[in-house]
Design a protein around this ligand. Structure first.
Ligand SMILES: Nc1ncnc2c1ncn2[C@@H]1O[C@H](COP(=O)(O)OP(=O)(O)OP(=O)(O)O)[C@@H](O)[C@H]1O
Ligand SMILES: [Mg+2]
Length: 476
């Protein structure tokens, strides 16, 4: 409880100046003269009227046009004009739906969303999320330049305040998404002091995606494996990198593995690519066993397969030394993808210490030296902690499917991924195959969904592209 000093009571502190006894201190009230208030209101009104055509040109032009029509044609004329315009826009909509949507529907929607969602909540959301300083200083508030819409999302173009950077927004994407009631938020840099915030209006990845068509000529550095949140294809690079897929059980690791294998099929068929499979659980890859040039499903056989890959890789590196610095897939020197499901079985859970050590050494050698000679490791893992998989930093590309804990997001995708919006621990369990990835072009993670390759698809793939020449490691 705050104790108020009694009026007239002497203050006992010798250091503080005390008001004279019996004097009541009040804040002086200075009244603004009425003429100043009136002048200030008139100034604001004039400024608003002058700026209105610049801020809302379409609205001002259409209102002026309506008033002018009413002035010249009176009510019946105005009604006839409105009827004519409605019929014309109906004809436009039926005849050229695309251009109508682009010119009318999305613009009207953008105008509405600008007014009702972004303009209305802009200042409070930015202040509370820490992107603007105070409610008073509008000068230091980033400004909305433009809002545009398409069928999927709203795009809010923003001018930054001097002294702030796009990364300030990238670190607040979660707050921004919640602030504007969007499923997510993505930041794109347009230029100096200009960014665009992308707010999807609904989850475009809610519907599962069927297995994608098999390409005629696969691009091993951009294999189509699913869809990105913005509706564009999700392309996965395998040639020249190694990929680690992390996700809890049932998160959909299998769909990423199989979608990648599916888009490589013509290269497997013509011998310029080979897939070597290791499936300790015997549940994931066994279905399409005929597609693998080599296959192993026990600890010992898996180590042999890995060591065989290392030997081939080193033989190739020896041949290339001093002659070529990169690999081009040919039938003589095919691109080799070692697919490893549940890699922790080999590196952490196998009871034989020798198997654990040898597999770790082989994976480390392949991931650190195989990239430029045409060897890639595509591994799946449930638990990304260091105790389970201390080689995860040797995988340049990582995919985070649904995870158990928030702390695992940065382990899977790298420092700062969670801050930039990769909420892999919040992925809905009813959406298997949904993941976050980091693309080369941007540090901001992108939400994607892998296509689902069903057992029937795998059987059909194995039937059409499977080779009788595939070898099984001893002990498998
Ligand atoms: N991309 C996807 N789209 C729709 N459904 C999917 C997708 N991926 C997986 N599923 C569904 O989720 C189930 C589990 O997927 P999957 O076996 O690939 O998970 P996992 O991560 O490999 O799990 P585990 O670690 O237990 O092997 C599948 O049987 C399938 O029904
Ligand atoms: Mg699996």
């Amino acid at each position: 409880m705050v104790r108020q000093p009694k009026v007239g009571a002497a203050q006992s502190s010798p250091t503080l100046p005390t008001p004279a006894q019996g004097v009541r201190w009040t804040t002086p009230i200075v009244e603004t003269p009425g003429i100043v208030v009136l002048a200030s209101w008139i100034y604001r009104l004039v400024r608003l009227l002058v700026l209105l055509p610049f801020r809302f040109p379409v609205m001002v032009a259409s209102t002026t046009a309506v008033v002018a029509c009413w002035w010249y044609l009176s009510w019946p004329g105005l009604a006839a004009l409105a009827g004519g315009l409605s019929v014309a826009s109906l004809v436009w909509w039926r005849t050229w739906p695309h251009s109508y949507r682009y010119c009318v529907s999305w613009r009207l929607l953008a105008w509405w969303r600008h007014l009702v969602v972004y303009r209305r909540h802009w200042q409070p959301v930015l202040v509370i999320s820490g992107l603007a300083e105070s409610y008073q200083e509008r000068r230091y508030l980033p400004r909305i330049r433009r809002v545009t819409c398409n069928a999927r999302a709203d795009y809010v173009r923003v001018s930054l305040v001097a002294g702030t950077a796009p990364s300030d927004f990238e670190h607040r994407v979660v707050e921004l998404a919640h602030g504007f009631a969007a499923p997510s938020c993505r930041v794109t840099v347009n230029g100096p002091r200009a960014i665009t915030l992308e707010f999807p209006r609904h989850d475009t990845l809610a519907e599962p995606l069927d297995a994608l068509p098999i390409p005629e000529a696969p691009d091993l550095s951009a294999l189509s494996v699913g869809k990105r949140e913005d509706g564009t294809p999700w392309k996965l690079r395998l040639h020249g990198t190694h990929v680690l897929i992390v996700g809890v059980t049932g998160a959909g690791k299998g769909s990423v593995l199989w979608s990648a294998i599916r888009s490589m099929l013509p290269a497997i068929a013509d011998g310029t690519a080979q897939v070597w499979g290791i499936d300790p659980k015997r549940m994931e890859l066994a279905y399409g066993r005929d597609l693998f040039a080599r296959y192993a499903d026990t600890g010992e056989s898996a180590v042999e397969l890995l060591e065989h890959a290392v030997a081939q890789m080193q033989e190739r590196a020896e041949r290339y030394a001093g002659k070529q610095r990169s690999h081009t897939p040919t039938t003589a020197d095919p691109f080799v993808v070692v697919v490893l499901d549940e890699v922790a079985f080999l590196t952490a859970y196998h009871p034989d210490r020798d198997v654990r050590k040898r597999s770790e050494n082989a994976i480390a050698t392949l991931t650190s030296q195989g990239r430029s000679v045409g060897f890639c490791v595509l591994a799946a893992l449930q638990d990304p902690r260091k105790e389970v998989m201390n080689l995860r930093n040797l995988f340049p590309d990582k995919i985070a499917l649904r995870l158990d804990e928030a702390s695992q997001v940065d382990m899977a995708l790298g420092e700062g991924a969670r801050e930039r919006g990769a909420e892999a621990h919040l992925i809905d369990p009813t959406l298997p195959g949904v993941a976050y990835v980091r693309l080369e072009t941007s540090p901001s993670p992108v939400r994607v969904r892998a296509a689902f390759v069903s057992d029937d698809d795998i059987t059909a793939m194995a039937g059409r592209y499977g080779t009788a020449s595939s070898a099984t490691e001893e002990g498998a």
